[in-house]
Design a binder for this molecule. Structure first.
Ligand code: AMP
Length: 468
């Protein structure tokens, strides 16, 4: 039997295909029938254009329902979906295209789907086994090179089914979806839970206060990054009464501050359910739906996930094994080998600990990843841009706590120059979310005896930069 993820998702669509799938902010509705028909035409066009099973299809575009038709059509055709952040510059995109060698690269989903409607639909999904590649998700590399995490039909299906169960989704739910869909959170975690329930999604192109507040009136579940919750709390229109229509608020992709958790509970009398995941494994742990949701903890491993703490077993790097863990980094056998232990555990790079009952706490990141507004930024990439600017000897990029973004990017520059001009120049080469919010000029960077810059000292020094 085929284990194509498309078949699993479609098997859960509502019997009555006229039921709404996407509730659009302009009042429009895309039904499950529309989605199914669109995916079949997309798959038909891909096959007609010679796309074969295993070929990559890349999409870089604003979020839209057409984009999801493309995603599902790619799965149905047995091809591999490669979503690209729409904030990437053309230089950044070039790297992904060269590395992944997609057969098709789509940047205008509406007209691509329109054209696909002229092709005969592909009736049956192309047969796939659980181990066949479904999607390639790029994670930035600390050494500059981005790695493509290879996720199979089986791994995505296993995770989707586990989450659907763990979070109690039913056909009566309505999911508020304001997340981007080039990342596992919006594309897999949120979308798959809704599709497996055959329930509607309030489909917002991005997080905008007014639209989210309006959407919450219809929703029963919201998924977001911590920034979404701090923004809601900053808005007096987000009231206990408004929140009372929802049964569940889920948060992840970056640490949720205990103060946000507490403020949210005070405002709404509800506790945010925090979970922990990553591109390489989708969701790994979650707080329970029933029972204790604890501030600052990411809960327990999902069923089937084997989680252990490396090193001395106290606080150390989290290692995982389980059905949703990726198989390899695309065309990087050495990198893949480095990040798995001899007994097959993936070394996540996150540092954490476990309570005797198994509850997991994350205390930091082994590497220096910055997470701003839910997006990952690897300092090295930003440093390389700054190091080339006139007047700059060396740069150290760190994250500083920020009330809105969680962390904000700060460039500490050995040298001299004009802060605003440097930010503007960096912005020409980097996506907005990677561009530093502040540049600080220093005579010397703090270093250890080996000459390595001590970023922990910089983080301490600038911890209050964005605190009023
Ligand atoms: P990404 O691959 O972009 O999804 O980023 C994954 C990283 O985000 C993880 O390795 C963690 O460092 C971080 N992360 C995700 N969820 C949480 C969470 N709930 N708490 C702390 N860190 C998180």
């Amino acid at each position: 039997m085929s284990e194509n993820l498309y078949d699993l998702l479609a098997s859960r669509f509502p019997q009555d295909r006229a039921k709404p799938c996407f509730l659009l902010s302009d009042g429009g509705v895309v039904s499950y029938g529309d989605l199914e028909a669109g995916a079949a035409r997309v798959a038909g066009r891909l096959v007609a254009e010679g796309v074969e099973p295993g070929d990559r299809v890349a999409l870089q575009a604003e979020k839209s329902a057409d984009g999801i038709m493309i995603y599902l059509g790619v799965l149905k055709a047995g091809a591999v979906f490669l979503p690209l952040n729409n904030a990437y510059t053309s230089a950044e995109v070039d790297y992904f295209l060269k590395d992944a060698e997609p057969r098709v690269f789509i940047t205008d989903p509406a007209s691509w789907v329109n054209e696909a409607m002229r092709h005969p639909p592909l009736e049956a999904a192309v047969s796939r086994t659980g181990g066949d590649l479904a999607s390639l998700i790029y994670t930035s590399g600390t050494t500059g090179r981005s790695k493509g995490a290879m996720l199979s039909h089986g791994s995505l299906a296993a995770n989707a089914l586990a989450l659907h169960e763990a979070w109690g989704f039913t056909a009566d739910d309505v999911l508020l979806h304001a997340l981007p869909v080039f990342h596992v959170h919006g594309l897999f975690v949120a979308l798959h839970c809704a599709l497996l329930s055959g329930c509607p999604l309030v489909w917002l192109p991005r997080f905008a206060d007014a639209e989210v507040l309006a959407g919450l009136k219809q929703a029963t579940v919201m998924m977001g990054v911590p920034t979404f919750y701090t923004r809601l709390l900053a808005n007096p229109g987000f009231t206990r009464e408004l929140a009372s229509g929802l049964r569940l608020f889920i948060c992840g992709s970056a640490p949720l501050l205990p103060s946000t958790f507490a403020e949210f509970e005070e405002r709404t009398r509800q506790r945010i359910l925090e979970r922990y995941g990553m591109s390489e494994a989708v969701i790994i742990t979650t707080n329970p739906l029933a029972g204790g949701r604890v501030a600052g903890s990411v809960g327990y491993p999902l069923p089937g996930v084997d989680l252990r703490i490396g090193g001395d077993g106290q606080t150390g790097v989290i290692e995982i094994k389980g059905p949703s863990v990726f198989s390899a980094y695309w065309r990087m056998p050495e990198k893949t080998a480095e990040e798995f232990t001899a007994d097959g555990f993936f070394i996540t790079g996150d540092v954490g600990r476990r309570d005797p009952d198994g509850r997991v706490w994350i205390s930091g990141r082994a590497k220096d990843l910055i997470i701003s507004g839910g997006y990952n930024i690897y300092p090295k990439e930003v440093e390389l841009v700054f190091d080339e600017l006139p007047g700059v000897t060396e740069t150290a990029v760190v994250g500083a706590p920020h009330p809105d973004f969680g962390e904000a990017v700060v460039a500490v520059v050995m040298g001299q120059g004009d802060e605003a001009a440097m930010i503007a120049e960096a912005r020409r080469q980097l996506a907005a979310y990677k561009t530093p919010k502040r540049v600080i000029f220093v005579d010397e960077l703090p270093r250890n005896a080996m000459g390595k810059v001590q970023k922990n000292l910089l983080r301490e020094r600038y911890a209050d930069l964005f605190r009023g």
